[in-house]
Design a protein around this ligand. Structure first.
Ligand code: UDP
Ligand code: MG
Length: 322
């Protein structure tokens, strides 16, 4: 849509808004959240859809969603098991048909009030409006610092620019959603993909609230895995750096060899230097294992791509027109 059309359609309340809400064991909040969300959407537009993606919840979440009134315009996608948030979002995106698509969490951590600000920005001509977390104070010291390290590393070793403290909370124009739908890759690192597509982008600060109820399903191991996926899907530096490390070590070894030969020729042979030997062997062994491990990370990813399995399986598809 052209900018003039955007302003007009926002004023006439004719923008078709799709909201994608991934849920995983959110029985405590989901009803209230959808109710509040549809209420806010109604103030902005006359046409909207709320695509709830159930990521294999094993509590009462599904029942709660089924009981929601028809007037809420809820469409339900039920994945056949827990596939993780990235895939749940992908499933939602593949089924969204709005002029704009908004992604937000079901636990009230992403403020619903920000949606109108996002829409305003979109009308101004921005194709992607993302929320920037004002503070990470609610998170543990460890999580915060690892997040910082991760963003710093991504900045250094990838060619894409992932904004700091921006999560999945964002609004996307239809053309971005169409672009994302066309991505065939199975290992999905959404934050990287958002940045990869480009277009006119802007960040809007928001304050993360405490989870209303339930508990965060992110464990440290899961976050680490996500970080590794992020790096290996968008950077080949870890794969290539070992060439340089190897070169450097070989060079040092060569210099050292020349030194030893010279010393032996001048002073004759003797046995000291055993610790040096052990250190050298261990160091090289470590480096080799590490680089093999990194090769493994990439090969594992190639493996999942070539298997060509579907990204997810749907168990439920409610409310969509064929
Ligand atoms: N979520 C999901 N699948 C998962 C884990 C989480 O769909 O495997 C959803 C969850 O229901 C919530 C959103 O993703 O709507 C964010 O999850 P959570 O609040 O646990 O993460 P955090 O806010 O701590 O990053
Ligand atoms: Mg949360």
């Amino acid at each position: 849509m052209l900018p003039e059309q955007r302003i007009l359609s926002l004023k006439d309340k004719t923008v078709f808004i799709s909201c994608i809400v991934p849920v995983f064991n959110e029985e405590a909040v989901v009803e209230k959240f959808i109710e509040r969300l549809q209420f806010s959407l109604r103030e902005l537009t006359n046409q909207f859809e709320i695509i709830v993606v159930d990521d294999g919840s094993c509590d009462q979440t599904l029942e709660k969603i089924h009981q929601l009134p028809k007037s809420y315009n809820v469409k339900l996608l039920g994945l056949s098991r827990n596939f993780g948030k990235e895939i749940a979002l992908t499933a939602g995106l593949e089924h969204s048909s709005g002029d704009v698509t908004i992604l937000l969490d079901a636990d009230f951590q992403h403020p619903i009030e920000s949606i109108s600000v996002f829409m305003q920005r979109w009308a101004e001509g921005y194709d992607m409006v993302y929320g920037i977390r004002e503070s990470r104070e609610l998170e543990s010291y460890l999580k915060r610092n690892f997040a910082r390290l991760f963003y710093w590393l991504m900045q250094k070793i990838t060619k894409i620019d992932i904004p700091n403290n921006a999560g999945d909370f964002r609004l996307m124009d239809r053309k971005i959603v169409t672009a994302l739908k066309a991505f065939p890759e199975r290992t999905r690192f959404m934050k990287g993909l958002y940045a990869w597509v480009g277009y006119k982008t802007i960040g809007v600060p928001f304050v993360v609230k405490d989870r209303l109820a339930g508990k965060s399903s992110w464990r440290f191991s899961k976050l680490t895995e996500l970080a590794i996926t992020g790096i290996t899907s968008f950077s080949d530096v870890p794969l290539r750096v070992w060439g340089w490390v190897g070169f450097l070590i070989s060079f040092i070894a060569l210099v050292y060899a020349i030194y030893i030969i010279t010393v032996t020729l001048i002073y004759g042979a003797d046995l000291p230097g055993f610790p040096t030997l052990v250190v050298a062997i261990m160091f090289l062994g470590g480096i080799q294992l590490l680089s093999i491990g990194i090769l493994g990370e990439y090969i594992a990813r190639i493996f999942t791509e070539v298997k060509q399995r579907p990204k997810y399986l749907l168990q439920i598809k409610d409310g969509f027109e064929e």
